[in-house]
Ligand binder design. Structure first.
Ligand code: ADP
Length: 230
């Protein structure tokens, strides 16, 4: 279990300097005909974050865009395997994921994260760190009754029986986003409808800069859009 001062809040190292890269973000965005962006999916377990993120990734891949999905438990097997589920450890879990996602985004990749990320302040810190126009918060919403009905991993059943402690939505709080860029109610929308809504948003935000070409990758254009949505 992590103690309160185990994780560095500020940079501890001294004598470090930031190396200015020879190939910048804009160069990579131009190469890829896309804009790096972080799509932050948040919502209760089984709301559909992972399903939608992977379906969107598949659609973007099919049309010639480079993406990365950071998803759920995989990260806890590697980067964050030293972290548990206390408030402090959940906070550190999300902070590290935010930093990794930022690295991908700054290299021009359309980056998606699918984590419950229950605390508003953690999400807001990542939003602030990425900067205006680089962060899209997606609230994947679904009523608790429907989530308990889905229960793909049997976790709600276990949580309600007291077999899983600190389970978000049951015995641990979930703070809904106050101003998400988009809310997807998966009790009303199919996964495909969610993907279509996100593609519309990405076009509005000028993230996708290839000419549309049905059924495959379009022609690359050198036209890189401004960072903030128009
Ligand atoms: P999360 O990543 O939020 O924990 P998952 O994507 O792993 O959720 O699981 C969501 C479950 O709900 C899947 O079994 C999926 O098939 C189902 N589901 C039903 N309707 C939807 C929908 N509209 N969008 C996403 N998932 C849905």
């Amino acid at each position: 279990m992590a103690s309160d001062n185990e994780f560095a809040v500020e940079t501890r190292a001294t004598n470090i300097t930031w190396h200015r890269p020879a190939v910048g973000r804009r160069d990579k965005e131009k190469l890829l005909s896309q804009r790096g962006i972080l799509l932050w999916f948040t919502g209760l377990s089984a709301s559909g974050k992972s399903t939608i993120a992977h379906a969107l990734e598949h659609e973007l891949y099919r049309t010639g865009y480079l993406t990365a999905v950071l998803d759920g438990d995989n990260i806890r097997h590697g980067l964050n395997r030293d972290l548990g589920f206390s408030h402090r450890e959940r906070e550190e879990n999300i902070r590290r994921i935010g930093e990794v996602a930022k690295l991908f985004t700054e290299n021009g990749v359309i980056t998606m994260t699918a984590f419950i990320s229950p605390f508003r302040s953690d999400r807001d810190k990542i939003r602030a760190s990425l900067g205006e126009g680089n962060f899209i918060e997606i609230h994947v919403k679904c009523p608790l009754e429907e989530l308990q009905r889905r229960d793909p991993k049997g976790l709600y059943k276990k949580a309600l029986a007291g077999e899983v402690r600190e389970f978000t939505g049951i015995s641990s709080p979930y703070e809904e986003p106050l101003h998400p860029e988009i809310t997807l109610d998966t009790s009303l929308l199919s996964p495909d409808e969610c993907v279509q809504a996100l593609l519309r948003l990405l076009r509005e935000w000028k993230v996708l800069n290839r000419c549309a070409s049905p059924g495959g990758a379009g022609n690359a254009t050198a036209n890189i859009a401004p960072r903030s949505p128009s």
